[in-house]
Structure formats: C-alpha cells, structure tokens
Ligand binder design. Structure first.
Ligand code: SF4
Length: 212
C-alpha cells in the first residue's frame, strides 16, 4: 500500500470500503447458523419431573390405599381375618388397618363367615348404610356359596344373593395370604373405577334400587 502525499490517510477510501465489506461478509457468514433452542433442556427435565394424570386416576389411587373395612365376621373365617390385620401379615401396609364399628365410616365389607337367613336383613341394612363408593369381598367357602352348610335351610348360599360381591376368596378358611391377594385384586378393581359414577351417590343408589 502506497502512502501518497495527496492523502492524509494511510489507506485509500476504496481499500477501506473493501476491508469493511470483507469484515461484514465474514461476520454475516458466521451468523447464518440456526439459533440454539434455549428451552431444549426442558424436554428431558419435564420427562423426569412432571407426571401427567387425570382426576379419576388420583381419586382411585387415594381410594385404594385408604379402604376401611367394616367389622363383619359372623363365623370362623373371622380368625384368619383378625390374623391378617395383626402384625405378621400387617394389613396397615395398605392403609386398611382401621376396622370400623360403624358402617357409615367404612367402604369395604369383608364378609368372613357363614350367613344365616335370620341375619340376612341386618347384612343388607349394614351394606346400605355404608358410604359410596363401597366394595365387598366374600371370604371363604361359606361366604361364596354357603360352604359345608349350603344344604341347610338356615344358611344363605352365598352373600351375593343379598349384596353385590366384588372379589371372591376361596378356602375353608382362606389363609391370610389369600385374603391379602383378594385385597390386592380389589385394589386393581378400584384403580379401574370411574369417578363420575362414584361421585354421584344419588345416581349410584338409583342404579342399585333398579337392580333390586
Ligand atoms: S368357610 Fe370354613 S372357616 Fe370359613 S366360616 Fe365357613 S366353615 Fe368356617
């Protein structure tokens, strides 16, 4: 580059223009990359930390781990039921250790024993006094079909003649493990329930009355 006596600058105007143009072109070329998404990390974070669910699922989850059984044990299966609630089999693991003396505070009837026709009206009344939603487990041969007393004039041949039964646990008597298995089956059934029906006790009652 020559320094002429006529110009007071080292660089000529055209050289300056060209140099500026090169700088701009270089900068332009370097600025054409797509911008990085500042929220890209969110996808992984959301996957790990946000759980999408429905109100039904939350209600059913809460219900199945807070089922309170009504005290209802008219015969010898009761001893296995009591055993199941004690420390060895530990029913409290499922939030169920509170056996209620009032049907209005219970939502599970664990039918443990032979039912006679004389007691049947009381069974029906206790069931109807329980709060909605409610479930029934028939525990043992007598509760399922009358068991060894099936041919007796005095014995109801199965609780399902009087009230709807959700789960049947066979045995005479069934072991506590078998009853726990039945309870886990009931939990699965509750998990598949629908809140719309169960939240409307009037509708549920009307449906029941229609069936009877
Ligand atoms: S099933 Fe067996 S143990 Fe249970 S109530 Fe009947 S006779 Fe008793």
């Amino acid at each position: 580059m020559e320094v002429t006596g006529k110009s007071k600058y080292i660089y000529s105007d055209s050289e300056l223009d060209r140099s500026e143009g090169q700088i701009i072109e270089t900068l332009k070329a370097q600025s054409q990359q797509p911008l990085a998404d500042p929220d890209a990390w969110l996808d992984e974070e959301i996957d790990r930390n946000i759980l999408l669910t429905t109100v039904d699922a939350v209600f059913d989850w809460a219900r199945r781990y807070s089922v309170w059984p009504a005290m209802f044990a008219p015969a010898c299966c009761a001893f296995e039921m009591i055993c199941m609630a004690a420390s060895r089999f530990d029913l409290s693991r499922f939030g169920m250790e509170i056996f209620r003396a009032s049907p209005r505070q219970a939502d599970l009837m664990l039918c443990a024993g032979t039912m006679t026709w004389k007691m049947a009206p009381q069974l029906k009344r206790i069931y109807e006094q329980m709060a909605e939603p409610k479930w029934v487990i028939a525990m043992g041969a007598c509760a399922i079909s009358g068991g060894i007393f099936r041919s007796s004039y005095a014995v109801v041949p199965g609780y399902n003649r009087i009230i709807p039964v959700d789960v049947y646990v066979p045995g005479c008597p069934p072991r506590p493990e078998a009853v726990l298995h039945g309870i886990r089956m009931l939990h699965r059934k509750i998990a598949e329930g629908h809140v719309n029906i169960e939240l409307n006790p009037l509708k549920a009652k009307q449906e029941r009355l229609k069936d009877t």
